[in-house]
Design a binder for this molecule. Structure first.
Ligand SMILES: *[C@@H]1O[C@H](CO)[C@@H](O)[C@H](O)[C@H]1NC(C)=O
Ligand SMILES: *[C@@H]1O[C@H](CO)[C@@H](O)[C@H](O)[C@H]1NC(C)=O
Ligand SMILES: *[C@@H]1O[C@H](CO)[C@@H](O)[C@H](O)[C@H]1NC(C)=O
Ligand SMILES: *[C@@H]1O[C@H](CO)[C@@H](O)[C@H](O)[C@H]1NC(C)=O
Ligand SMILES: *[C@@H]1O[C@H](CO)[C@@H](O)[C@H](O)[C@H]1NC(C)=O
Length: 506
């Protein structure tokens, strides 16, 4: 293919990508609209999947959001259409019936798609069964559209010469400003949602990997309380911090996907049993309340400012929240914040490598087939494929550090205890003392505070820099606070409506 200047090729792509389908506007379509389209006959699942496959084919060379498309997606969509039209199953089973979903490449599917965390080493491995969240999506009727590219782990980025997994799909690009950082590691999921390459997507987070790319790509990301969604069958980093959640264009869509994927899973029993007590009867959709800010106590912790322009917009958003009845508690201090934000001293750099090695080896041993069966073999694979795995550029220091660990011993237990204390004596105590429903901060640095003890967060588009680079606003809370966070995020989104369609600027 001839190489065009990225901005020029983007313009060509924009012209070429037009919506199909009798009268149905697919671009920016919400789940609500898609369902209406299905029921009034202006849209079929096959047309929808066809549209996204077409759009992926056109946009992916530029954006690299998708690592694989599902060769069976059109067939599954046609089946969903047939189910819907057959008189015996009126709306077809499930809230996401016929809806194409893109999954981060670490989420296992037992189909023709590979599950590789973006790595060559895992190409050719096969999972024994669908990941817990995928099983739930399929039960809700969703069609797996493909796998989203993921970047080298954001939470280890601060380690010089980081890396481990290579980006088999190449580096993703921000659809707003092509030269801007799209953030990771759920990069492809966020880009695909932003650029309308899928109806909805799933990402995963250990420390920032949903909230950051969602924020940088002007979409909504929900990072659920750890255990609310099953991690079974997902390539892990840390069972203590990993969580799976939706990345979508609207809060309502994200909440609907959340509803579909939460719940107990025998294959991730301890965490999902503990968290399932938080799931409200009737699910999460009831919290999409236009007056959801009214009466909410929202804390504004110090230490998260992000430059003048962003700060001005953030203050305007705070005014909007006040106008909608929120009670803002400003100038509060999260104890030990500087320690929490520094993974070199907070304990993460001791805990995560040991947790990673144990959980990765467990994941690998559970595969029905795999060219590699241990972290040791992955490191060997990378050494044998230095060019493809970009060993010179990114190395595999994380893997080497993890390989050196020998389980959860005294130092790891101490690190984990410190992480728990930093949270319980920090944000958790502060929120209880101040009786907060949520905290709010610009951009994403608050993600670290939520990460260390599995607290939930939602990011919503908040604005664009002078050069058009998006940023979000992040609401965080205590375990199980999803209902309040959803009320706040939805009311905020409806009051501000910041999100614009990306225009692929250079
Ligand atoms: C069907 O619903 C969609 C989504 O709301 C709408 O855009 C379209 O105009 C409707 N078409 C008809 C024929 O009612
Ligand atoms: C999965 O990877 C194999 C290479 O091992 C490739 O041939 C196949 O096309 C991939 N599957 C999909 C759906 O892209
Ligand atoms: C947190 O702050 C308190 C009070 O300043 C201090 O005593 C404690 O050692 C700090 N904890 C950590 C882990 O730094
Ligand atoms: C692993 O442990 C060995 C032996 O203690 C040490 O020499 C090496 O530097 C360690 N490697 C890493 C990456 O920490
Ligand atoms: C958001 O925060 C990150 C990290 O502090 C920063 O690199 C990025 O530039 C910020 N985004 C904007 C649009 O200012």
């Amino acid at each position: 293919m001839a190489r065009l200047h990225p901005a020029l090729s983007a313009a060509v792509l924009l012209l070429a990508v037009t919506t199909g389908c009798r009268g149905f506007q697919i671009e920016e379509a919400t789940l609500d609209a898609i369902r209406q389209g299905f029921s009034n006959g202006s849209l079929t699942s096959a047309a929808l999947v066809g549209h996204y496959l077409d759009r992926i084919a056109r946009l992916n060379p530029l954006l690299r959001a998708v690592i694989e498309v599902n060769p069976d997606a059109l067939r599954l969509a046609a089946r969903a259409d047939a189910e819907r039209s057959s008189s015996c199953r009126r709306r077809g089973g499930g809230a996401l019936h016929g809806v194409p979903v893109l999954l981060k490449d670490n989420i296992g599917t037992r189909d023709r798609l590979n599950t590789t965390a973006g790595s060559l080493a895992l190409l050719g491995s096969a999972v024994a069964r669908d990941a817990g969240v995928v099983a739930r999506l399929r039960r809700a009727g969703a069609v797996v559209l493909g796998k989203a590219n993921m970047e080298e782990w954001a939470n280890f980025r601060s380690v010089e010469g980081s890396g481990g997994w290579s980006a088999r799909g190449g580096e993703g690009r921000n659809p707003y400003v092509l030269s801007a950082d799209p953030c990771g590691s759920s990069t492809g999921s966020a880009i695909a949602a932003a650029a309308n390459m899928a109806a909805v997507t799933l990402g995963s987070e250990t420390d920032g990997s949903i909230l950051c790319p969602a924020s940088y790509n002007s979409v909504v990301g929900i990072k659920p309380t750890v255990g609310l969604t099953s991690r079974a069958g997902v390539i892990p980093i840390s069972p203590r911090q990993d969580t799976i959640g939706p990345i979508c264009r609207t809060v309502a869509d994200a909440v609907e996907v959340l509803d579909a994927i939460v719940g107990y899973d025998a294959r991730d029993s301890k965490a999902t049993r503990a968290a399932s007590k938080h799931i409200p009867p009737g699910g999460y959709m009831q919290f999409l309340k236009i007056d959801g800010l009214n009466g909410k106590r929202i804390g504004i912790p110090n230490g998260f400012s992000n430059g003048m322009d962003q700060q001005i917009i953030f203050q305007q958003h705070l005014d909007t929240m006040r106008k909608h009845g929120a009670i803002l508690i400003e100038n509060i201090e999260i104890p030990n914040l500087s320690v929490i934000l520094d993974m070199f001293i907070n304990g993460e750099l001791i805990a995560l490598p040991a947790e990673f090695k144990l959980s990765l080896n467990a994941y690998l041993s559970d595969l029905s087939k795999s060219p590699v069966r241990s972290l040791t073999e992955i490191i060997e694979f990378n050494n044998e494929h230095p060019i493809e795995e970009k060993l010179k550029e990114v190395g595999q220091l994380i893997f080497l550090v993890a390989e050196n660990t020998t389980g959860i011993g005294a130092p790891e237990r101490a690190a984990i205890q410190q992480l728990n204390m930093l949270s319980s004596d920090g944000l958790e105590r502060l929120m209880k003392e101040q009786q907060l429903d949520a905290i709010v901060a610009p951009n994403v640095s608050v993600a670290d505070v939520l990460a260390i003890s599995g607290l939930p967060g939602i990011t919503v588009p908040a604005g664009y820099s002078k050069t058009g680079v998006p940023f979000g606003i992040c609401f965080g809370g205590l375990k199980g606070y999803e209902p309040r966070l959803i009320q706040i995020a939805y009311a905020f989104e409806q009051a501000t409506r910041v999100r614009k369609i990306p225009t692929f600027m250079p």
